[in-house]
Structures are given as C-alpha cells and as structure tokens.
Design a protein around this ligand. Sequence first.
Ligand SMILES: *Cc1c(COP(=O)(O)O)cnc(C)c1O
Length: 458
Amino acid sequence: MSDKKIPYKIYLEESEMPTAWYNLRADMKHKPAPLLDPITKKPMTAEALAPVFCDELIRQELDDTTPFFEIPEEIRSFYKMYRPSPLVRAYCLEEKLGTPAKIYYKFEGNNTSGSHKLNSAIAQAYYAKKQGLVGVTTETGAGQWGTALSMACSYFGLDCKVYMVKGSYELKPFRREVMRTYGASVTPSPSTETEVGRRILAEHPGTSGSLGCAISEAVETATKHEGYRYVLGSVLNQVMLHQSIIGLETKTALDKYGIHPDVIIGCAGGGSNLGGLIAPFMGEKIRGEADYRIIAVEPVACPTLTRGVFAYDYCDTGMVCPLAKMYTLGSHFMPAANHAGGLRYHGMSTSLSQLRADGLMEATSVSQTDVFAAAEEFARVEGILPAPESAHAIKVALDMAKECIVTGEEKTIVFGLTGTGYFDMMSYEKFHNGQMTDYIPTDEDLAAGFARLPSIDS
Ligand SMILES: *Cc1c(COP(=O)(O)O)cnc(C)c1O
C-alpha cells in the first residue's frame, strides 16, 4: 500500500473498538511468578487479597490462562467519550528530521487526567461500584493516577481517598485541585492519619515522602475502613490487562493500512502503558506469528530494568503489600532529589520483568536532560507538549529515526505518547534555565538497595 494513503491520524470507528481486553499472560510460556504473602511467603490466594482489593479485580489479577476478558458495556460507554485515541503518523516530524523512517505514535493525553491512566481507573472504579463498595483509596506521585481515579470515582459515585506524595502535594497544587474538583480527598503522605505514616514520620521527620510510603498508607486506610478497597494505577497484572486497550486499538489501526511496525517503544515506570501497548504484538511474537523489536525506556536515575535485579521484593516501603518477583532496585530505593522526569518506582510489572528476563523485550535508559531536550524538539514540530515520562520514549524514537538518516533504513517505528506535561512546567522551567542536572546512581548506591531484598527460597 502506498504511503500517501495513510492519514495523519488513524482513527477507528466506534464499531472497530475493542470489546475485550487481552491478557498477554495467557500466551506467555513462562508465566510471571505469583505474588507472595509478605508474612508467610506463600502464594497469595484470592481470600487473602480480598480485604485489600475488589473481588473481580483479584480474579483478573490471578488469572494467567484466560486470553480475553470482555469489557463491560458501562466501561465501553465511558471509553467512547475519549477513545479511540489517535494513532498519529508523524509526517511533520519525519520531514523536519529528513528521515526515511516512518514514525507513528499512539497519543493517550486526550482526556482531562492527561494520560493513559484513565483506561484502568474507570475499570477499577466500575468493579468497586459493582461490588457495592463505598469508596477506594490510592496513592499518587506526580498526580496523574490520582486525577484519573477521581474522575472515574465521580462518574460512578464512589468516595475517593488519595494519598499524595508530600513533595508533589506541595509542588503541584493545581493537580491537587483537579482531584478535589472531581470530589476526591487528598492527603499529603506521610500523614499522621495512619500508623505506618506516623511510624515513617517518626523515623524520617521532614521527609517529602515516596510512592512506596503512600501505598502503605492507602492500603492501611482501605483495610481499616468498612466498604473500602485499595486500587493501584500501575505494576499489577489487572492494570496491564485494562491498558491492553492501547495496544489493541493500535494494532487494529495499523492492520487497517497493512502497516507492520519494526520497533515498538514505550516508557516504563511500573510498566502498565508499555505492557498495554505491546500486548497484542508480544502475543504474536510469542506465538511465532510475527516479530517485533520491543524496547522499554526508563530514566538513568531509576534504572529498574537495566540495572536492577530480578528477584522477589516488597512492592511498598512499609512492607505490608505482597511480594512480587520483578526487576527491582529494592523497596527503599528513592531516585535522587534532582530527578524530575517521573518513572520513579523501584519495581516493575511482573509480566514485563519476565518478558525481559526471557529476552523478549529490550530495555534502555536515558538521562533527564536528554529527555527534556527530546520533549522540546518534539513539541516544536508535532505541537503536543509531552509529559516527561512520555518523552523517554520520544528520546529513543528520535535517536532511532536519526540513525535511519545515516543508514537509509526505512524503519517503521511506533511509540507510546502516554500524556501531556502541563503540570510539569516547573521541570521544563529548570531545563530551560539550565538548572537541570543528571544523577546516575553509583553501583554502591544500588548495592545498598539490593542488600535489603527479602530472602525467599524457591
Ligand atoms: C504514570 C505515567 C507513566 C508511567 O506509568 P506506567 O505504568 O509505566 O505506564 C508514563 N507516562 C505518564 C504520562 C504517566 O502518567
């Protein structure tokens, strides 16, 4: 098919939208290792998870054999308000670069939460409502997940309690107000509301908090309040399942025009957008039906997949959550204070970790000064102001497209553009003022985190 026929934006008709999420684990030859109980170190059962998570979400979490889960009608209706998201052919960027590469990006920033996180938030709120719960608790770092969840909860009339990492709470007052606009209550973490918060405050007075710590607080609040459960915006299998909508739409759009991507690139924090984007392509790769190069991009400041170890670890700093076998930097790892680029979680989705360990997915890391430079280069041509997280993928896609100028290769590159960066302008400001620096953790820095990994005999 001639290139000219491919539009700038490939949209899908409503009738072409996915009606089921795809569970990549069903096709994985080596299944991700089970979550373990933090006390008994035995695999978590549905009963043991029930006080923390919604029943249907537990079922999805533990199911690694069912390939498709039907998307309930109510969720599909909500999706239709902001989906399908466009798959954009970056003709303008290609021309500006003078590259023979063909660049596509799937843009997930076209909703008020500003990122892909709404895809899972609406599903999780739906199942909480269906179970008859009063509300849900969660943590948020930069604020995208908290925003998405508060939108989803207000839609279904659920209470939403958000523990926001104190540093972000103070730095991003507008994020906080967006959440409150949608009816959520937002508490800076660590707080004095929870036992774990009080313990962390006593140990580290004046701390600006961390995601791992906010998770511990949110879990404690959910388990201590009747009618509440805890929900999480990344890392878990259920989240990756919901995010498969990104990849399914992308695949349908590409198939419509007979386009075969050579490379698929995504940023990786907890792994949900990347896992969702690559799911149907990775499924084909595992089944031997097609081959793709798949690349996860992370910050050098938080190099989970590139320098972490593949081992069982705690998912939170308070060590109350289940243990997951994943690439990890240790549950006490915190990126350097000057790190502004997001993607700061110490661990990674168990599925993506397994795919990486099996050599099915590559991983690379980039520095934040390069990331912001790439974000700006992209914004000035394609118009979209990217989130710093998304710009990790942009950086690698741009580098590859520039390599194609030298080699003359007409590579087809697809990358995930996960969101917009309007709430990250303080970081952009630092970059513009030349005040942004990079910190690459030393081997000793990382060794300190690895030394605290739990020992699990397997
Ligand atoms: C949360 C977020 C990410 C990273 O999370 P994943 O679970 O790894 O996808 C990336 N980009 C944006 C815009 C985000 O909000």
